[in-house]
Design a protein around this ligand. Sequence first.
Ligand code: HH2
Length: 284
Amino acid sequence: MPPTTRSNATFRAGGRTLGPGPVILGVLNVTPDSFSDGGTYLNPEVAASHAAALLDEGAQVIDVGGESTRPGSDPVSPDEELRRVLPVVRAVYDVHPEAVISVDTYRAATAEATLEAGASIVNDVTALRGDPDMAAVVAEAGCPVVLMHMLGEPKTMQQDPRYGDVVREVRDFLAERAEFAVAAGIQPENIILDPGIGFGKTREHNLALLRRLDAIVELGYPVLVGASRKRFIGEITGLEEARARVAGTVAANVLAYERGARLFRVHDVKANREALEVAAAISG
Ligand code: HH2
């Protein structure tokens, strides 16, 4: 039996209980090339002060990533990823030991080093497929892990992605990855699922997944949505500039909350937190 339901999706991370209400992950990209904030937070001190701002605005988790996964991007070397991420995790942890830090990586070595330095959630966009050692690192740490769906890989994933039934295929994939994780020794309570908005998906695929998010929520694990500033929002609204897509992001997240999502990975914490608090209050 899955450990959670739509209504009681709490989990422990970094000595804290997160949920059951909306949990906001503030994005901290330590990359030169992320699609909406690349190059801004490469310096650990600047990154730590941005983390402080995200926490002030109401983020419960800071999601630190060292490799852009935007469409068309190339992977960075494992050393380079660690060189970017580790000092930032240390700096954020030093200044805000109370903050829950998640690390956006599919590499076991990066996860292991950053978990030791104060991170307490692994956000793996490959759902434990990117590195054969990742499942063991997460199981050993006993920490939550985000298992995300992606079709293909970032370099080519947006070149004509196709599905028979996108909702069913993403749901079946996530169910299989959750089983894999449990078989590898990861506690069911530590599993979070994510449909991977924008990862090998057209606008219609993204909309179908958000519309039918209940199909993924029904798997019984907390569901994370990462729609923030993404291209499909720009396509709908005509807003070219990623930073301008705040209202569209809020709309996507509120409707995802209504369908059972409980974790939201966002760049614009304040607007999303306020909207999700109101959505939660209305939902009761
Ligand atoms: N999206 C991005 C990165 N990491 N992790 C999860 N779990 N879900 C997501 O939807 C997700 C993610 C891409 O967004 P961003 O970090 O803003 O851009 P980039 O990949 O260019 O750094």
